[in-house]
Design a protein around this ligand. Structure first.
Ligand code: SAM
Length: 360
């Protein structure tokens, strides 16, 4: 359905339902974010900058490329409040590197005051490379952050620093992980993107790391979202191979999903100590249960990581549209969310922005 039609269909309902999202309401909302495939969208990822202080080889070319605009903290807050008024319950701040963003703590403090349509606090999460985490972890916790995910692509120091291309980064990130855990930002997740020939030798080491450091390690299949041209089907280390490799050294037990939209297949070890998750968007896509939508740092809505179209919410805001009009635009846009991605299929097109500029 054309975007204009969707907008017309949804604008009336949303305008009538434009209750303040910061007030709890016992009545069922008139409009929640759903798409035309019957999925309910309750998870918003917001990139608050596309600047990053790392140059991970699988993500960035190492050249200083295009940088997209950043909105003011108050502008992100207005937009997030509109999304929350439409049923968003979980907000993840990302980037680029979100800890580089001036005003982050104020943003978190305000987000922690918002309430979902059910009157509950938001589930507030953040994804970081961990470089600035050691000093910031207690402040992030105090500002209201609930959970944090730290990206760490190797437990072997030289391998890690070959990937980040930042000398000294391994010890810095390790200290950040420990500080976040000590600050109570738990369960603490450590994400590792696996690439054959780069860091696939790290799988077993990460299994031990999860237990030793008391963190949840999640392996992520590499997706074609890099700035350069590295992705091939062969470079992806698939879920099955990861499970088999860990099983050989530490027997795994499968854990049941906690919710339908959970992206990770979860496992614990035979003695119940430690957790591993595998996110397999390539070999075992989970688009059918996707509950996510994204906002780029410059205020565009992306309904899928692999969207070919972005929807300029901030442009409408700057043009003076009312909250009700913006909510109608959001609802209509989300209706058109793509059914699934087409990684590996003939004719697959990479999106115009790479992961660091979309917000992972
Ligand atoms: N700077 C933060 C960080 O490092 O976590 C947040 C942004 S980063 C783009 C978010 C996550 O996306 C990281 O865990 C990163 O490893 C992951 N990522 C980047 N490129 C990816 C790709 N092509 N496929 C899968 N994950 C990717």
């Amino acid at each position: 359905m054309a975007l204009q039609k969707r907008l017309e269909r949804y604008s009336l309902g949303v305008m009538m339902a434009a209750a303040s999202p910061t007030t709890s309401s016992s009545a069922a909302p008139a409009t929640r974010l759903t798409d035309s495939h019957g999925r309910v969208i309750h998870d918003l990822r917001v990139s608050i900058t596309d600047r990053c202080n790392y140059k991970c080889v699988y993500c960035r070319t190492g050249e200083l490329g295009a940088q997209y605009a950043e909105l003011g903290i108050g502008e992100y807050l207005r937009i997030i409040r509109l999304f929350v008024g439409l049923g968003i319950e979980k907000v993840r701040l990302t980037g680029g590197e979100p800890l580089l963003r001036h005003g982050l703590l104020e943003l978190l403090q305000e987000l922690a005051r918002m309430r979902t349509l059910a009157g509950e606090p938001l589930d507030l999460a953040l994804t970081t490379n961990g470089h600035l985490l050691e000093s910031m972890a207690p402040q992030l916790k105090a500002a209201g952050l609930n959970r944090i995910t730290v990206s760490m692509d190797a437990v072997d120091e030289p391998t890690f620093e070959r990937i980040t291309r930042i000398p000294g980064s391994f010890q810095t990130v390790l200290a950040g992980i420990r500080a976040a855990r000590d600050a109570g930002l738990t369960p603490l997740k450590v994400n590792c993107v696996l690439l054959r020939g780069f860091n696939d030798g790290e799988i077993e080491g990460f299994a031990h790391f999860a237990r030793r450091e008391n963190v949840v390690v999640r392996f992520i299949e590499f997706m074609p979202l890099e700035e350069g041209r590295l992705w091939t089907p062969q470079i992806v280390v698939p879920l099955q191979e990861i499970v088999e490799r860990i099983q050989r050294v530490l027997p795994l037990t499968s854990l049941p999903p906690r919710e339908a939209s959970e992206t990770a297949r979860r496992y614990t070890f035979a003695d119940g100590v430690g957790e591993i998750g595998i996110i397999a968007p390539v070999s075992q896509a989970f688009c059918g249960a996707c509950s996510r939508v994204r906002l780029t740092s410059d205020g565009k809505i992306r309904t899928c990581l692999f969207s070919q179209t972005e929807h300029d919410l901030y442009g409408r805001m700057r043009a003076g549209q009312s909250d009700a009009e913006l909510s109608a635009f959001i609802a209509g846009t989300v209706q058109g969310k793509e059914a699934r991605h087409h990684i590996g299929e003939p004719g697959f097109l990479k999106p115009s922005r790479s992961m660091v500029h979309i917000g992972g």
